[in-house]
Design a protein. Structure first.
Length: 280
């Protein structure tokens, strides 16, 4: 079975926040702080894989697991400070979890592997998805997406790499990393154009994500852990817009997990119907 990262890709827009009045420029100090943070998060991910920590985040807290089992989509920021301020940048780290009764890993695979349905499943934000290259456990994909927040329209062309690992017949995970992020200036207009990498408004510079899934208790647990890098905001603006910065990612991640849950439910229902004996 081949697994693909489509499930994670629409989550890029969770890092589109408010528009400030100054330009953004990505420098090496920001990149160094980002790489250090991602390395630390990757070590934590390894702890989940080698048994030092629970494989699923929901298993760390019985109340969280009960909420998820009851049908709630649980979303929360990670880290003691959120977003985390680094030199000339902000790191956003969120996690979300959902449980889908009756679903199996094969249903997840069918959903995330159906690229032709992405624009339908994740509308209206995701415009186009295209598979650029694929091997048994690695994929390269491009995504064109648009996010409208308040009075701001942010459009991006992105390319990303993903790797899949099956731990056993019940558990697996995917890692997902953007390799190219280009803001589209004047999207939808005659003078529309792609800016060079690391140019533009700084809504999104980098993205790394982990997906963990486990088939148990008559259904499928799915977790998405997403880490993004954007430009910083002056202290006064950050305080003013903090409610917006917190609300937008939470709402966007909730919507995308719900869209994914509905798609997986539909696949599971089709599979169950196909397995029923035909009446004579």
């Amino acid at each position: 079975m081949r697994y693909r990262p489509a499930l994670l890709l629409p989550l890029l827009m969770v890092f589109v926040a408010v528009r400030s009045t100054y330009g953004a420029e990505l420098d090496q100090q920001t990149v160094a702080a980002w790489e250090k943070y991602v390395a630390s998060a990757s070590l934590h991910m390894q702890d989940r894989l080698n048994g030092k920590s629970p494989f699923l985040w929901v298993d760390e807290d019985p109340m969280t697991r009960r909420r998820v089992n009851s049908g709630e989509i649980v979303i929360t920021p990670l880290g003691s400070t959120h977003p985390l301020s680094v030199p000339r940048g902000l790191i956003h780290h969120w996690i979300g979890a959902v449980f889908i009764p009756g679903a199996r890993i094969k249903d997840l695979d069918n959903v995330v592997g159906d690229y032709s349905k992405y624009s339908e499943m994740y509308r209206p934000s995701l415009i186009k998805a295209e598979l650029l290259d694929s091997t048994a456990d690695e994929q390269k994909l491009s995504i064109l997406w648009v996010q409208r927040v308040l009075l701001v329209t942010a459009a991006f062309y992105t390319e990303m790499d993903s790797k899949f690992c099956a731990l056993n017949n019940r558990q697996g995970y995917m890692t997902f990393t953007t390799t190219r992020v280009q803001q589209i200036e004047n999207y939808g207009e005659k003078d529309e154009r792609r800016l060079a990498q690391d140019e533009g408004s700084g809504y999104l510079w980098r993205l790394v994500s982990f997906a963990r899934f486990e088939e148990r208790e008559g259904g499928l647990y799915l977790e998405l852990e997403v880490i993004g890098l954007s430009k910083d905001l002056p202290g006064s603006l950050r305080f003013l817009f903090k409610p917006v910065i917190e609300h937008i990612p939470r709402q966007a991640l909730t919507v995308k997990l719900e869209q994914t849950r509905q798609a997986i439910r539909s696949r599971a229902s089709q599979r169950a119907s196909a397995s029923l004996p035909t009446a004579r």
